[in-house]
Design a protein around this ligand. Sequence first.
Ligand code: G6P
Ligand code: ZN
Length: 582
Amino acid sequence: MVFKVARVETTPFDGQKPGTSGLRKKVKVFMQPHYLQNFVQSTFNALGADKVRGATLVVSGDGRYYSKDAIQIIIKMAAANGVRRIWVGQNGLLSTPAVSAVIRERVGPDGSKANGAFILTASHNPGGPHEDFGIKYNMENGGPAPEGITDKIYSNTTTIKEYLIAEGLPDVDISIIGVTSFAGPEGQFDVDVFDSASDYVKLMKSIFDFQSIQKLLTSPKFTFCYDALHGVAGAYAKRIFVEELGAKESSLLNCVPKEDFGGGHPDPNLTYAKELVARMGLGKTNTEQEPPEFGAAADGDADRNMILGKRFFVTPSDSVAIIAANAVQAIPYFSGGLKGVARSMPTSAALDVVAKNLNLKFFEVPTGWKFFGNLMDAGMCSVCGEESFGTGSDHIREKDGIWAVLAWLSILAYKNKDNLGGGKLVSVEDIVRQHWSTYGRHYYTRYDYENVDAGGAKELMAYLVKLQSSLTEVNNIIKGIRSDVSKVVHADEFEYKDPVDGSISKHQGIRYLFEDGSRLVFRLSGTGSEGATIRLYIEQYEKDSSKTGRDSQDALAPLVDVALKLSKMKEFTGRSVPTVIT
Ligand code: G6P
Ligand code: ZN
């Protein structure tokens, strides 16, 4: 049977502006008739018929609620718009990093390569009928669509009048691997359902020394735990950690992907990864069992990571610095040296110190992975990371949660290569403390005020910008709050000029920089789906190795006090405590 192309009349919806990482809304918003269709057609129109006709597109995601329906809709719309092939991970599952890898590496059974992807995820936001769904488009390089495209998509959503959808094309069974071909008015259309993990596993094997990681993971001295928080990482964790690397099945926690992430909040931090935190001996209720040596967690779409040692938390800012410092020795992919390193502005300056010591090119970019992508495409950056639990490299154009875990396991394997037989294991904590004593320590914490009134949040930000016009006044206020905090020597809103394409990004966070190297940064989150989230980033540098062992909340208490009072956080938000502290 030949499917037909139907033109369906529609009218625009408000608010289809893709944020930092695509369009994220409540499921019930996405389920309105034509809502998803309008966005998908607007994307096809933004790409242009010459890019869409004959294209091979990937469609998959973290498996959250509504994904399966969305995949069938997108398949039918793609067919109607002249797409030649759709690639779907089995059961619609592909982690965000795996999508990036599939675009860059996979060769289809007929020799085809992908041109782009629709990724169905709202990342670390909860899922389920009353929670979030999301969609974003990634380009041929495997990275998120640049602003030029997302702006076009948005503008198309405001004027859309019709969309195209195939009529007479049956739903495709995405649980079965294989290619199904259909006949359309303009020729053949294929849906290729493939194994979600193989391409990604192959890529990881080409980057890391799996043999040495396997030795570590199977050593009786080493214990390991991985928590996928019921996100898509589970589909990769079993294959990689258990089947390839020999970890015990019991090392996997919440590794069965679920549409609602088991009712949890799939964000790998100390608040939401409760079970792992307790298992690692970090919770208030200390477990009786001896915690594992190494623990890690991922978010819903598996691009984020949290790294833990036994009773020890590694801040993401330290994590990227430590990976950069050890990459050349511990990870075969980097044995030829690093092209450069980069971090986002609110991420601590731990990476800067490594870059300086190792004489590496260094970049400070605004929040959002796409800024790293530009540097990587230009061959200027090998390793990068963000305070928001994102770490990665130029092997793909997304951050990569499992890659980060393999990087840490590689460092542990390297540091322990001579003492797995006898001798004391070098632990995660040892590695971090050694790093601090070499490079100094950046005490760091982030306070999040989630879902506050958007008006109040805007006023707080405006107030902080206004204050910046007089540093004398700022310092007077600070003196009235604490006498043990140094003075502000510079305050601005971060602005970035992309060294590759020259584009300028303004208003990327409010900074107060202190004489002793401390920093306060205030930013509004770009990834929420309701209200506003204020993020406050607090950082203090300690060079003296005899003082790098303090508890970070203690060490930062004076600066926190200053930040909260200076910003009038309570007055503007009505909140006396943050929702999450990391
Ligand atoms: C996503 C992006 C990251 C970014 C983060 C910021 O995860 O992929 O690159 O750091 O959002 O989130 P926020 O909520 O702080 O805007
Ligand atoms: Zn994510």
